[in-house]
Ligand binder design. Structure first.
Ligand SMILES: *Cc1c(COP(=O)(O)O)cnc(C)c1O
Length: 449
């Protein structure tokens, strides 16, 4: 009974997989303020050319630079686990596997793209990176990556998380990052919002506006985004590529792949390499799992919208709840984003992947069950995938089917214990974002496409 399926460092993939090559239709282009498609040069003010080329590439395989592979080797390849104890606790005939992305120094999958982004910016002569962070996983990942590649990192952290998760801030500062509670006094966007509402709890959309404003106004500073964009999902495909090698080692293959979905990066990373097989005829179901409180794919509209609150970013065609959507302060902070990856959105729109939404209390119930059987305490975001996977395993128990289920354990929950405390004390609540409020927020969105 093998529990950990591991790979040698030499088996770290040499190329990232670009799903665009296998999509039936080309991705919808980002649009500028005039409603016309923007070219790569429009992004050159805030991103290095190496990343812009990846953003617009249709090549199936993109080489991973040797220095990035070296950096990744600090924690990769990550182990694939067979969840024998969880299977036994559920009494299911299903086989459950999970990829453990919590083994990175920052404790989540986000460092996979952070080191690649820091590398390309350093190569382009950039000295500073400005970025946003929600729950702090992205901020800590990019602070670490900046340290590894000699870049100064300035992080706008959503205020509600800044207050709820002081130790994430300490992590970023330990790795040399500078952290500001957003909305902040550092930018025009932040000052304008604070003037109207000094107690604004912040949102990812606002923090993105602040970071983009800073990057656009300084030549030595670029912007870094931890999810949503094509190049970020590309870097995360290392997860699914390793997983495929690991499944091959034990002669198994998933019937279903689950991953939590905020901006879509760990879902894309875990699922897209399996999409390549699906595109060539293999049967595999790919399921993005989101919170009922921020139900972007399942309740949003597929339309062009801004990536941020102030409307500074290009318009992207994606599932959106409206760029001024104000998500409730749920504990899976990494899943509180109004939009979603355009690649994930398009595949969902075309019926090639699936999505479902799960309520908060049920996700913690699943996370605690997982911790009590597998030992690892998962991030609240990861609990969404665990919930969906457990539900499928329980359906298998009813039907007697021995499906092979795979989920991405996107991170650990060691800095989220206040949320577990609330769950254990029975103080968590469920929230289903009301359709009327989604409609009202969407009414403020630009009407293109
Ligand atoms: C950020 C984060 C997520 C959600 O972001 P995606 O881009 O959708 O992957 C999920 N899990 C963890 C642990 C995270 O840090």
């Amino acid at each position: 009974m093998q529990t950990k399926i591991t790979l040698d460092e030499s088996e770290i993939p040499t190329h990232w997989y670009n799903v665009v090559a296998d999509m039936p239709n080309p991705p919808s282009p980002p649009l500028g303020p005039d409603g016309k498609p923007i070219g790569p040069e429009a992004l050159a003010g805030i991103f290095p050319m190496g990343l812009i080329e990846q953003e617009v590439s249709a090549e199936r395989w993109i080489p991973i630079p040797e220095r990035v592979r070296e950096a990744l080797s600090m924690w990769r390849p990550s182990p694939l686990y067979r969840a024998h104890r969880l299977e036994a606790a559920l009494g299911t005939p299903a086989k459950i596997y999970y990829k453990n992305e919590s083994v990175s120094p920052a404790g989540s999958h986000k460092v996979n793209t952070a080191v690649a982004q820091a590398y390309y910016n350093q190569q382009a002569g950039i000295k500073r990176l400005a970025t946003e962070t929600g729950a702090g996983q992205w901020g800590s990942s990019i602070a670490l990556a900046g340290q590894m590649f000699g870049l100064e990192v300035r992080i706008f952290m959503v205020r509600v998380s800044y207050d709820q998760k002081p130790f994430r801030r300490s992590m970023m500062q330990t790795w040399g990052g500078q952290v500001f509670a957003s909305p902040s006094n550092e930018t025009q966007t932040g000052r304008a919002i604070l003037a109207k509402d000094p107690n604004n709890p912040g949102s990812l959309g606002i923090a993105i506006s602040e970071a983009v404003e800073e990057a656009a106004s300084r030549a030595d500073t670029n912007y870094a985004l931890g999810s949503v964009l094509n190049h970020v999902l590309l870097h995360q495909t290392i997860i699914g590529l390793e997983a495929k090698k690991q499944f091959a080692k034990v002669g198994d293959y998933p019937d279903m792949v689950f991953a939590p979905c905020g901006g879509g990066s760990n879902f894309g990373g875990a699922a897209f390499p399996f999409f390549a097989d699906k595109a060539s005829g293999k049967r595999v179901r790919l399921v993005a799992v989101e919170p009922t409180s921020c139900p972007t794919l399942t309740k949003g509209e597929y339309a062009y919208d801004f990536g941020d609150t102030a409307g500074l970013t290009p318009l992207m065609k994606m599932y959106t709840l409206g760029h001024d959507f104000m998500p409730p302060g749920i504990h899976a902070g990494g899943l509180r984003y109004h939009g979603d990856s355009p690649l994930v959105s398009q595949l969902y729109h075309e019926g090639l992947i699936e999505a479902l939404a799960v309520p908060q209390i049920a996700t913690f119930e699943a996370g605690v069950m997982f911790a009590r059987s597998e030992g690892i305490i998962p991030a609240p975001e990861s609990n969404h995938a665990i919930r969906a996977c457990i539900d499928e395993a329980l359906r298998c128990k009813e039907s007697g089917e021995a499906k092979t289920l795979f989920f991405n354990l996107s991170g650990h929950g060691h800095f989220d214990m206040a949320a577990y405390d609330k769950y254990l004390a029975g103080e968590l609540t469920d929230f289903y974002y009301p359709e009327a409020e989604i409609k009202a927020s969407l009414a403020g969105s630009p009407k293109v496409g």
